[in-house]
Design a protein around this ligand. Structure first.
Ligand code: RIB
Length: 341
């Protein structure tokens, strides 16, 4: 039978905590003779720590839970990798779960992670959760484990939050088109349910207002952060003869639009310019490399881990808005003179 802390403690006549302290080379007020005996018994019996028992003694599991809304989205896959790397370097195991952008699943998964005694939680909120904001805030307030919101914030809620300035990102994307002569600019994203899109959409409106350009309801198409949804709905903008530029809520939406444009025989950027969001690694592999707003996930991940470690030390919540930047590639061109009314 595998020897346990309890067996060594009984053999030597000390507490389980004392055995744990000795085997972890932590200070403990017992005789050197007993310390030697503890180490000898552990070595002779090939003792290896029982993580569950160790966590009981130390009241920590060295595990962190991460909830993301879409494991299929390369943005979240990249973010999860950065977080896992960062946490492993400091001795934490990351447990990754996927809410599929649904609030009910998100709450259930958070509870499962808490039941497994994670030491902290990193949460990229589901789009749906913003529809139930009061219930969301009530639920998050009931969580007893240190928590940091990463990538998707929550206004007027006192918890650690690390995300990029989405209003600035939406402004940068739209100004990229305006600075290339585009005046009738469409937008495709999910401003009804997702806080990041709500602010990206505000940034789009800010740029149009600053440049005194028109905005029409029919130039705004609501879609999920998904390729298929964007492909199915792209005609509403691609077939609009007035529009010469499109701001996409993320790169998957932009890819759906670009695929549909190719199907329709619409040339990018000659006949339609497009700006994406996330600057995914795959953008360079496209037939027309996508100009996109970058949210550096390495910086996002590093700052989120630092904020969580701070929360775990019961320090004041860290609220951090990072600065996005435009990364110019080939999907934005000068507006064609033929398109000028
Ligand atoms: O691509 C997914 C989008 O949702 C990203 O822009 C990220 O900000 C996330 O919130």
């Amino acid at each position: 039978m595998k020897i346990r802390l309890k067996d060594i403690a009984e053999e030597v006549g000390v507490s389980i905590a004392a055995v744990s302290q000795v085997l972890n080379d932590k200070p403990i007020r017992i005789s050197e003779k007993k310390k030697r005996l503890i180490k000898q018994l552990a070595k002779e019996n090939n003792y290896s720590p029982n993580i569950a028992a160790k966590s009981l003694v130390l009241n920590k599991t060295n595990t962190i839970g991460l909830v993301i809304p879409d494991i299929n989205n390369p943005f979240f896959a990249q973010l999860a990798k950065v977080l896992e790397d960062q946490l492993r370097k400091i001795g934490y195991l990351l447990i990754l779960v996927n809410s599929d952008d649904h609030f009910a699943a998100e709450k259930e998964l958070i509870q499962l992670l808490i039941d497994r005694n994670v030491d902290g939680l990193l949460l990229a909120l589901s789009s749906e959760s913003y529809t139930y904001e009061e219930e969301l805030k009530e639920f998050l307030s009931s969580i007893s484990v240190p928590l940091v919101l990463v990538d998707r914030g929550l206004d007027n809620f006192p918890v650690g939050q690390v995300f990029y300035n989405n209003r600035q990102g939406g402004y940068l994307a739209t100004m990229e088109l305006i600075n290339n002569g585009h005046q009738n600019i469409g937008i495709m994203m999910n401003p009804d349910k997702n806080i990041n899109c709500i602010y990206r959409y505000q940034g789009y409106l800010d740029a149009l207002k600053e440049a005194q350009l028109p905005q029409q309801e029919s130039w705004r198409v609501v879609t999920k952060f998904q390729f298929e949804d964007a492909y199915d709905k792209a005609d509403q903008l691609l077939n609009n003869q007035a529009i010469t530029g499109i701001v996409a809520g993320n790169d998957l939406i932009a890819l759906g639009i670009m695929k549909r444009a190719k199907k329709l025989g619409i040339n990018i950027p000659e006949e339609m310019s497009i700006v994406g969001y996330d600057n995914l690694i795959l953008n360079d592999l496209l037939e027309v490399p996508l100009t996109s707003v970058e949210q550096d996930v390495t910086v996002l991940g590093e700052k989120a881990v630092a904020s969580l470690l701070s929360a775990m030390k019961e320090q004041a919540p860290r609220y951090l808005q990072l600065t996005p930047k435009i990364v110019r590639k080939k999907s934005v061109g000068k507006r064609l003179e033929s398109k000028i009314e």
